[in-house]
Design a protein around this ligand. Sequence first.
Ligand code: NAI
Length: 401
Amino acid sequence: MDTIEAAQNLQWTASHMPLMKEIASEFEDTQPFRGVRIGVSLHLEVKTAVLVLALRRGGADVVAAGNYGTTQDNMVALLRENGIDARGSGSDSREEHLATVQSVVESQPDVLLDNGADLMKLAIDLGGLVLGATEETTSGHMRLTTELAELVRVPVIVINDSPLKAIVENKHAVGQSVYESFCRLTNLMPQSRSMLVVGYGWCGRGISHYARANGAHVCVAEVDELKAMEAAVDGFRVGSVEEMIGGVDVVITATGFRNVVGETAIARMRDGVLLANAGHFDWEIDLAAIDALTVERTPLGHTIERHILEDGRTVDVIARGRMMNLAGPQPKGNSIESMDLGFAMQARSLERIVQEHDNLPPGAQPVPDDINRDLARRFVEAAQSSVGRNNGSRARPDRQE
Ligand code: NAI
């Protein structure tokens, strides 16, 4: 896709982001980020472009890097054409990617828009002085409240902790996009395939429900007893990864944790199993253990690799365990409406950090309740108006009573 097509894609996407449209036009008047440099680390794709351009309309000087392996080069080019200092490429090696992320922190941003706490960790290590940050993910929250807990001296609003994001994005949008990505990347029917979903948090719930609704036979592995119980009463067979992996065709991980498909599970996988990950990091499937058993590795198309193991089994892995809904040709990521809501929370929370950083406590904290409620109300209004348009519940000019 060239930049002209990317611009058309941007136009389509922006036209379905009513919350961001409203915020961007307000920002243009109020200029909340005038004189503020925002360092960004996010998946650089079309919906992120809408957010970044709205921040720019609010006066921000934006320096942006993508996440490892998911940067869309045409979007980087388009953002550069629109005055954003967008850096990096989807084909960068891990070392090149880390250097790009470091260069964002070295540009001395005033606030950070982070994804996985990568920027915050570097800002702490390099002694960068930031006023505060927003953090997009569960995984970032985990780092901010464990390894970085004692080191973070500024407020960090964690978008992922908002119930709005959990319900609309992690559950519904990830459920939809993982289903869409399975079909797009494999061109297989999910119907009648047996699938193990690892993790029954917000993402795992969505993945399980959308897969089952589309005919897959789904079972769930979950280590938290309460969530395991929830999965059981939702009608899924529940057990550990090791107990269930031998009976399934497809495994999708969504936990945020390392090696949840580990050595014991790998020993029990059936011949021909397909492994994929939807969690933020590419570490949920122990690929080093699979590689150690592999006698031959063959790329099959853009994103799938077949491993032939020394005992003769074959194992197909999507995108080397990177997030499947951002992998392969033309990845769509999560639905436009869900990202409209998520990015509206980002924009409002960044505005709050800039205005109120002195009055907010240091460390990870949830999206302020007034922002949640205001955006929930606006999201419902926008959704209802679209239902009203489509189901004929409004008076139609062609109908005479
Ligand atoms: P969550 O915290 O709601 O759920 C994770 C679940 O995994 C928990 O219930 C936990 O008990 C379970 N778990 C941990 N270790 C396990 C193991 N060994 N076996 C079975 N279950 C295990 O988190 P959420 O919101 O569902 O996010 C999960 C991951 O997905 C994170 O890495 C997050 O950053 C990522 N994410 C990905 C998105 C995408 O578009 N692909 C979008 C949003 C989040």
